[in-house]
Design a protein around this ligand. Structure first.
Ligand SMILES: [Zn+2]
Length: 49
């Protein structure tokens, strides 16, 4: 479900988005990551600005 969400975001356009780990709250630089490098959680959320 998360991958589908990101795919939708990516297909929209090139607006900046914030990618955040839902577990530890770390901000990730890229929406291409599948999991948080800080805690290893796969629950990564993307938000459009
Ligand atoms: Zn994390």
């Amino acid at each position: 479900m998360i991958r589908l969400f990101k795919r939708v975001l990516r297909s929209e356009d090139s607006h900046e988005s914030v990618v955040e780990c839902r577990r530890c709250g770390a901000n990730l630089e890229s929406a291409d990551v599948d999991h948080c490098p800080a805690c290893g959680s796969s629950e990564v959320a993307s938000y459009r600005l």
